[in-house]
Design a protein around this ligand. Structure first.
Ligand code: NAI
Length: 262
């Protein structure tokens, strides 16, 4: 049985980490942080130019990264990437970060195709990644999966019904995986961020008449009086990915500056 005992030194030394949606925002910060912590990082995204830039930056900084085009909704493509990575290097960590939002609208205003799109990317995408990675992780007897949920995994957000449905699914899917794969030495956890300063948030705010004012009002609702920086979510992901969290599994780590507690 794999029981990590040495947590000194770099936290992901000699480990191979796959990050989805790593071309921007939280995924980009996470890929860069994992590289700084000694990981070989597999940067994946549908944004080829952005993803290649991230991998190039990591390599220029003296760490190791490769880029793969990967649409998480394409199960065959996800399997092909994961199989190739696992066969070449092994697969220690999978970070299912890719996600998308939808316009703020009541449930009855959201049409079925938009609902399906949000489900496809945000929850089936996570499923596809886990489906591809788990056989390798179980066989090697260790692995860590970190799925990126949201505050919408634990709260039902008004005018965000499809997003809330998908992100709630991510949290409970992760718990099921933790229960199922734990006997094989595989951990699975969810990070549930509050509003974080990324292009996804920009798109969300752009729907408002006065986006800057909407951002200030949003920030004022947080006890810390600000929104999260992507790096602050990346550190939580790194913790759960690494052996520092060696006895943490099935957990939903809320990173929201105290928003959901008051
Ligand atoms: P972002 O828009 O900066 O990054 C998302 C990345 O995912 C982009 O690079 C995009 O190209 C990629 N992507 C989108 N669809 C994809 C697909 N089908 N396959 C592969 N890649 C795809 O957004 P952000 O904020 O960094 O989002 C990362 C995760 O964090 C998402 O799961 C999001 O739902 C979650 N999150 C974000 C919050 C926020 O306020 N920014 C709050 C809570 C959760």
């Amino acid at each position: 049985m794999y029981v990590p005992t040495d947590t000194s030194g770099m936290r992901l030394e000699n480990e191979t980490v796959v990050v989805t949606g790593a071309a921007s925002g939280i995924g980009r910060e996470t890929a860069e942080l994992c590289a700084e912590e000694g990981a070989r990082v597999v940067v994946t995204d549908i944004d080829s130019d952005g993803g290649r830039d991230v991998a190039d930056d990591i390599n220029e900084d003296g760490s190791e990264a490769v880029f793969y085009d990967l649409d998480v909704t394409d199960s065959d493509q996800f399997h092909a990437v994961v199989d190739e990575v696992a066969d070449s290097y092994g697969l220690d960590v999978l970070i299912n970060n890719a996600g998308t939002g939808h316009p703020s609208a009541s449930l009855e205003e959201l049409d079925d195709s938009l609902r399906d799109f949000v489900i496809d990317v945000n929850v089936k995408g996570v499923w596809n990644g886990c489906h591809a990675a788990l056989p390798h992780m179980k066989e090697q007897g260790h692995g860590s999966i970190v799925n990126v949920g949201s505050l919408a995994s634990v709260l039902g957000l008004p005018k965000q019904a499809a997003y809330s449905m998908a992100k709630g699914g991510v949290l409970n899917l992760t718990r099921a995986i933790a229960a199922e794969a734990g006997p094989y030495g595989v951990r699975a956890n969810t990070v549930c961020p509050g509003f974080t300063d990324t292009q996804l948030l920009e798109q969300y705010l752009a729907q408002r008449d006065d986006p800057e004012r909407a951002r200030e009002e949003m920030a004022a609702e947080y006890p810390l009086q600000r929104l999260a920086e992507p790096a602050e979510i990346a550190t939580a992901i790194l913790f759960l990915a690494s052996d520092e969290a060696s006895f943490v599994s099935g957990h939903g780590l809320i990173v929201d500056g105290g928003f959901s507690t008051c």
